[in-house]
Design a protein. Structure first.
Length: 233
């Protein structure tokens, strides 16, 4: 009986490890494919579309892919200045940023800052659900490492800019530029780019309520930092 139980436990553990390894290989294969091929959608986009279609079965997302060299450098600088100032320097994790966010959250007694890098945000958008669990954070870390190993910074930023949420049903820089300013993402001014970057933490709110004094304040801060933002060429 003991021998049977040990054997059964061993089979369960090995099966679990095989599932984890298989999942990681599946993730790595997708990332490798996306080095040269553009993702049609992301896990977050699919989740958002499902939510919208619960209210309106005919709902669709506004999403248009734009190559990296056709996205305004102003927007690239604004997003890096706003979301991840050390994007070109770190390997997926900004430890100083994480420490600063933790200190700020402790002072406020609630979560007011996340400290996630652009690569971490992309990892969540591409593969993960909206659930907040320790297992999800571990998945995010693993995917972040794989993204940094397999992709270069230019490709990471290109996919990020083309896939992040910028409104109720708006995804990606091109759809956002058309939706808010009636121009292509290639033609965004510094002020427009800063406003879009300021919206990233809460895009659906600003899509619904429009510009607010806080949004203008945040956009002003981002504009001041843009000249110093380093972006991939």
């Amino acid at each position: 009986m003991r021998k049977f139980l040990r054997r059964s436990l061993k089979i369960i553990v090995l099966s679990f490890l095989a599932l984890i390894i298989g999942y990681e290989l599946w993730i790595a294969a997708h990332i490798a494919w996306w080095v040269k091929h553009n993702p049609d959608t992301t896990a977050f986009m699919e989740d958002r579309l499902e939510t919208l279609q619960e209210r309106n079965p005919h709902a669709v997302l506004a999403h248009y892919w734009l190559p990296y060299n056709r996205i305004s450098s102003q927007l690239k600088r604004a997003v890096v200045a706003s979301e991840d100032a050390k994007f070109t320097q770190h390997h997926g994790f900004d430890w100083d940023g994480i420490e600063t966010a933790m200190e700020k959250n402790l002072r406020r007694g609630r979560i007011v800052a996340g400290g996630s890098t652009i690569t971490q945000q992309l990892a969540k958008n591409l593969f993960l659900s909206r659930s907040r669990t320790p297992w999800r954070k571990a998945q995010e870390a693993n995917i972040t490492v794989l993204l940094e190993i397999i992709m270069d910074k230019r490709r990471i930023l290109e996919i990020y800019l083309n896939s992040i949420e910028w409104g109720e049903d708006v995804f990606g820089a091109e759809a956002a530029a058309r939706h808010y300013f009636g121009v292509s993402a290639a033609a965004l001014s510094a002020e427009q780019a800063a406003q879009l970057a300021a919206m990233i933490p809460n895009p659906r709110y600003y899509d619904l309520h429009g510009a607010t004094p806080y949004l203008a304040y945040r956009a002003g801060l981002i504009t001041e930092r843009m000249d110093g933002a380093m972006i991939p060429r």
